[in-house]
Write a protein that binds this ligand. Structure first.
Ligand SMILES: [Zn+2]
Length: 313
């Protein structure tokens, strides 16, 4: 089966062609997501058409679209999205796909697709009950039961676990609450956390133009006091997040992904001794790093299109 996958991410738009579950071609363009989705349609169509040169469009089964927000995959609508592609809630993406490519379209939220991708083509093969935590600019989460992505009345269940409040006296989130997991430890929350440390001025981090987890890692490896203390707080928050997901959803597998997982030694810091805090009745819970951290959303789209074709044809 051949299909097209488009991942409208916050910073880049990734497009790939799939043939029988393997990526055959790929293109990436900048997202400029703060300016909206509609202004990116023309460049996205041109990039996909560029990849399709020399190919027969009618051999393609459909287009899969990933969005960084809550998606209704039945009505094919974006229901909730913050800070990115804010016009997408009022756009008809199905109509755009029909006009641009003449193909049927399916869509889903990016974090749910990432878990679907890992369960079908990555580290989660052979597992059915799983949760995913994606540590990046924000924190993404998704849940699967019996091999299927958990979807609820408003498609929120499992997808907003980054906004589970872990500190009632915590810092303001981008959402209406304070002390959410994402507001405590994430790419966007890092600078605030670093600057709030009592010894920040004396830290090497004070001389940096930009503060992100790569810079934090540099100073952490030099045993900078502020960097060590900040990482310790982040690790505590994420371990709490993992425990909350385990006790809420009873998974056999936890998949950890996202750019922050490249921080040296982080996997070990997040998992070491964690089983002592998991209720006995949860049994053994495997915790793995994603096999395709850059592409799991795209693999999820391949399987979404494939499942759609099986159901409707
Ligand atoms: Zn929040």
């Amino acid at each position: 089966m051949k299909s097209i996958a488009i991942d409208f991410g916050g910073s880049s738009i990734k497009m790939v062609l799939f043939q029988d579950g393997k990526i055959s071609k790929r293109r990436t363009i900048p997202a400029y997501s703060h300016k909206g989705l509609a202004p990116r349609f023309a460049d996205t169509e041109a990039a996909v058409r560029g990849m399709l040169e020399g190919e027969e469009l009618r051999e393609y089964a459909g287009v899969g679209i990933a969005m960084p927000g809550i998606v209704d995959p039945v009505r094919k609508k974006v229901l909730g999205i913050y800070d990115k592609y804010e016009d997408s809630k009022s756009l008809d993406l199905e109509q755009w796909c029909r006009e641009a490519f003449g193909l049927p379209m399916v869509m889903e939220m990016d974090s749910k697709l990432a878990l679907m991708g890992e369960l079908n083509s990555g580290c989660g093969q052979g597992y059915k009950d799983a949760v995913m935590l994606i540590l990046g600019t924000g924190v993404g989460t998704a849940v699967a039961f019996d091999g299927k992505i958990l979807n609820s009345r408003n498609y929120v269940a499992g997808a907003l676990s980054s906004h589970i409040i872990i500190n009632m006296d915590g810092d303001q989130c981008t959402c209406p609450n304070s002390g959410c997991l994402e507001a405590t430890a994430s790419g966007w929350a890092l600078e605030r956390l670093v600057r709030s440390q009592p010894e920040y001025i004396a830290s090497g981090l004070a001389g940096e133009d930009e503060i992100n987890f790569r810079i934090l890692e540099k100073w952490y490896l030099k045993q900078d006091k502020t960097a060590v203390s900040v990482l310790k707080k982040c690790v505590k928050a994420w371990r709490t997040g993992i425990l909350n997901l385990i006790h809420a959803y009873d998974p056999e597998l936890v998949v950890l992904s996202g750019a922050i997982m490249n921080f040296r030694g982080l996997y070990q810091m997040l998992t070491e001794g964690l089983d002592r805090f998991i209720w006995d009745c949860c049994g053994h819970v495997e915790i793995k790093r994603a096999e395709h951290p850059e592409d799991s959303v795209l693999y999820g789209l391949y399987h979404l299109v494939k499942n759609f074709m099986t159901v409707y044809n």
